[in-house]
Every structure is written in structure tokens, then in C-alpha cells.
Design a protein around this ligand. Structure first.
Ligand code: URP
Ligand code: ZN
Ligand code: ZN
Length: 473
């Protein structure tokens, strides 16, 4: 089997930082240390480069039908964009839109398997609760999925009632599944949206004003209280409000098995971005909030209250009437323009899967907010641990998959849509100056990104089945 020696790099993991070598054989890391022999294999000189485990994004939505269109990255284009940004594993949400969970998963596998260019796993939306679902839920691990997402918003579509969430959590706990919560108050949102529309308030900022932070805060506490009463572990997705951090801290300080995830958009942007002329670009649910919320979320990360940073990558074109060039072909997909006269018709979601690591490196690590070890923990090792992929993923240890990123800490770039590889026509970080960028990306020992060159292929990414059992960190 082919061997590759990554030599003399600055090896960075969630807990260590040292100069050393990493030996790969086939798809696996087989040794890590100093002065390793290449054993006849290829040598990659990593002097001056940082060597870290591939990123794991625990929250993506590829090829997701929404609001009369579909998210514009599919399981190939989204994977490719992720890889360019140093991410080698993604975890996508399966919509429960077939009669059974099993069939919904099959449909999503059929969409993903032939396109996947990096490794991937799935969560499933538990958007229905009845006797049949109750019977099927314990079987989920048979299909390699061990995490379910429940919603306290999106009335009439995805939402479950609190009692249903509680009942689902009881079953999930016994089946070794992790419940993930989208925390907002759907009832309040419905009323506020109707009021806003009646008052002619239809601009993008009303998307945020009709989804108040208080709803996210109380719903987070409600979820935590349900975790306490059911004994089931809970993971709050896309934390966006400072008050949610307070609630999560409250729960964790009481020893509850509760964890949380935030996303870059909630660390860097505010409702003021929605007030811009192109504010629709920032429309996502839950919405971006205030500078105070940004700050408390950063604190949540540094204080160990929040465990992961995902992206909730769910991109749409800003102007889907104008095609872009993608791999030499023109493509246009209806996007945010669908809601140009009415915020409720703007497809919700943002691009981000490729931006996550480069943006967080410059504006998280270099700016001194998080340490390099915290960066790896939050974006790779912790998601791997929580979602049952560790140490196959998220670790640089013998036996782990050789998902390895060589990061040039000195590389300076002006970031934006031309650099990011998402299949959309805009980027939230347009014009941001970045220092530090992934140069080489290996997926299970295969070089898939080489200094701006794409060497990956559709179909080379593997589905990662996971085993029942929840690791609370
Ligand atoms: O606006 C977003 N985030 N769309 C994706 C759906 C969700 O709730 O994560
Ligand atoms: Zn959500
Ligand atoms: Zn999401």
C-alpha cells in the first residue's frame, strides 16, 4: 500500500502542538513522531506548515428543497467547497419526507452516495411523531444514523409539541441516540410574522424582528429541562443568542448531559447586516442577532460551554436569475430574489461550509479569541467525539483515517466568492483579509486539494455509519 511521510510539520491537535512527522499507509495514519522513515514512500515536506486533522462540519444542508427552490450546493459541490476550506467530513440533515425514516434515509443516500467527494454522515429531522415513528426510531442505528433533530419552530412543517419531543427523547435515550434541538418559539414567530405582514413590514430585517432572541432562549431552557426530565442527552444546534449560552451554562453546571453548537454567522454578523440593501444574503433561521450576542457566544466557546462550531451551510443564490460559471458550465438556481418583496419568501440559509476554518483561523485564533488547540477541538475533534466518529476522525493518531490538512499560517488572501468554492453567487466574508489558509488536504490518504487545485472526485467520499451510544463531553 502507498506510503506518504508528511515531514517536519507543526503538528496541531486538540491537545498538542509539536514539530514532527506523520506517516500514512493507504487510507490510515500509521505513525506519528519525530525522524520517521518514509519506508520507501513519498515525502511531503511540511516545514513551516501546520498539520491538523481535517475539519468536521456537524451541520450542513446539501440539495435541500426549500421555499420553491433548493439549496444551491449539492453533495458534490458542497463537499468540494468544504475540502477547499480544510473540511473532510460533513454531517447532513435528512428531511423526514417519505412515509418512513428508513425510506427518507434511502432517498438521501441515493442523492449523496454517487456525488460525495469527502466523507459524510447523516442526522435525521424528526418532524413527525406517531406510533409508527416511535416503533421505527430505535432502529435508526441499523442504518448508521444516531442523531435526530427536533424543532420547537416551523409550525405546521417541522415542529413537534413539547410532549412529543419529551416522548421522542425518552425513546432516543433508550436507543442510544442523541437529540439535537432547533430552539425557537414557533407560536410567537407565527403571530409576529402575521403582524409584520399586515403592517407592510416586509424587508429582510423583519426576518430577525419576527424571530426574537427570547424565543430561542426560553426554548433552549425548555429543551434542557426536557433533557433533565427524560435523562436524555441534548445538543442545541446553531446557538445564536447570548441568553442561550446562559441557559446551556445553567444546565451544564447542574451536571445535565447538554451540549451546544454555534456557527460563524452568529459570531460575526448582526441584524444590521439584514438592514443592508443586500440584507437577504444574511437571512437564515435562527437569525443573526446583536454584538452582545456575538460576544457571549465567543465567551461560550472559550469557557467550554459550547462544544462545536458547525456552519448550518444552506446556500442560495443572491440573484438566481443570473448564472455563474461552475466547473466550466453556466448555472443559475432560484434564490434570495424569490423574496425581494416579502421576507417570508426568502429561502432561509447561508453559504459557509468552506469559509468556516479559514475565517475562524484569522478572526478566532489570530485575533486571540481562541487558541489553536481550541480551534481544532471545536471544528474537528469535539464533533467527532460527540457524534461517534472519534478517533477514526478528528484525531491524528495511528489507526485514524488519514484526513490531514496542511495549513500555511503565513498565506495572505483577500477572501470572497472568487476564492470560496461554494456554488453560489456571493460570500458573506467578501473582502475580508485572511492570514492562514489550507494548502494541502488529504482524504483517507488521498490528496484532494493541492494549493488551489481540485484533485477530488464525485463518489470518492464514503458514508460513515455510526454506532448507537452518545458521548457527552
Ligand atoms: O436558515 C437555515 N439555517 N436553514 C436551514 C434550516 C435549519 O433550521 O437549520
Ligand atoms: Zn435548525
Ligand atoms: Zn440547519
Amino acid at each position: 500500500m502507498k506510503k506518504i511521510l508528511i515531514k517536519n510539520g507543526n503538528i496541531l491537535t486538540a491537545s498538542e502542538n509539536f514539530t514532527g512527522d506523520l506517516l500514512i499507509e493507504g487510507e490510515k495514519i500509521i505513525a506519528i513522531g519525530s525522524d520517521l522513515s518514509p519506508e520507501g514512500g513519498e515525502i511531503v515536506d511540511a516545514s513551516g506548515l501546520t498539520v491538523m486533522p481535517g475539519g468536521i462540519d456537524p451541520h450542513t444542508h446539501f440539495d435541500l428543497p426549500m421555499a420553491g427552490t433548493v439549496s444551491s450546493d449539492d453533495h458534490y459541490t458542497g463537499h468540494k467547497a468544504a475540502a477547499f476550506g480544510g473540511t473532510t467530513t460533513v454531517m447532513d440533515f435528512v428531511p423526514f419526507d417519505q412515509p418512513t425514516l428508513k425510506e427518507s434515509i434511502q432517498v438521501w443516500r441515493e442523492k449523496a452516495d454517487s456525488k460525495a467527494a469527502i466523507d459524510f454522515s447523516f442526522h435525521i429531522n424528526l418532524s413527525k411523531w406517531d406510533d409508527q415513528v416511535k416503533t421505527e426510531l430505535p432502529l435508526l442505528a441499523q442504518w448508521g444514523i444516531t442523531s435526530i433533530k427536533v424543532f420547537t419552530a416551523y409550525n405546521g412543517r417541522l415542529r413537534l409539541q413539547d410532549g412529543e419531543i419529551f416522548a421522542a427523547m425518552q425513546v432516543a435515550k433508550d436507543a442510544g441516540l442523541l437529540t439535537m434541538l432547533h430552539a425557537e418559539n414557533g407560536d410567537v414567530i407565527e403571530i409576529l410574522i402575521q403582524e409584520a405582514l399586515r403592517g407592510g413590514k416586509k424587508s429582510p430585517e423583519w426576518h430577525a424582528l419576527t424571530r426574537p432572541a427570547w424565543g430561542a432562549v426560553e426554548s433552549t431552557l425548555r429543551g434542557i429541562a426536557l433533557a433533565a426530565q427524560s435523562g436524555a442527552p441534548l445538543y442545541i444546534v446553531h446557538m445564536n443568542a447570548g441568553g442561550e449560552v446562559d441557559q446551556l451554562q445553567y444546565g451544564r453546571e447542574r451536571g445535565l448531559p447538554v451540549m451546544g453548537e454555534t456557527c460563524p454567522q452568529y459570531l460575526f454578523f448582526t441584524v444590521d447586516h439584514l438592514r443592508r440593501k443586500d440584507g437577504a444574503k444574511w437571512v437564515c433561521s435562527p437569525p443573526v442577532r446583536t454584538v452582545t450576542d456575538n460576544e457571549r457566544l465567543w465567551q461560550g466557546l472559550t469557557q467550554g460551554i459550547i462544544q462545536t462550531i458547525g456552519t448550518d451551510h444552506c446556500p442560495f443564490f443572491y440573484d438566481g436569475t443570473h448564472p455563474i460559471q461552475y466547473e466550466g458550465k453556466e448555472i443559475a438556481i432560484p434564490g434570495k430574489e424569490l423574496g425581494k418583496d416579502d421576507f417570508t419568501k426568502i429561502p432561509n440559509g447561508l453559504p459557509g461550509v468552506g469559509d468556516r476554518l479559514p475565517v475562524l483561523w484569522t478572526y478566532g485564533v489570530r485575533s486571540g479569541r481562541i487558541t489553536p488547540n481550541q480551534f481544532v477541538a471545536l471544528t474537528s475533534t469535539n464533533p467527532a467525539k460527540i457524534f461517534g466518529l472519534y478517533p477514526r476522525k478528528g484525531a491524528l493518531v495511528p489507526g485514524a483515517d488519514a484526513d490531514v490538512v496542511l495549513w500555511d499560517m503565513e498565506r495572505r488572501i483577500t477572501y470572497g466568492v472568487q476564492v470560496a468554492q461554494h456554488r453560489t453567487d456571493y460570500n458573506l466574508y467578501e473582502g475580508w483579509e485572511l492570514v492562514g489558509f489550507p494548502i494541502k488536504v488529504f482524504l483517507r490518504g488521498k490528496l484532494i486539494v493541492d494549493d488551489g487545485k481540485w484533485l477530488g472526485k464525485a463518489g470518492e467520499g464514503k458514508f460513515l455509519p455510526r454506532q448507537a451510544g452518545v458521548n457527552v463531553i
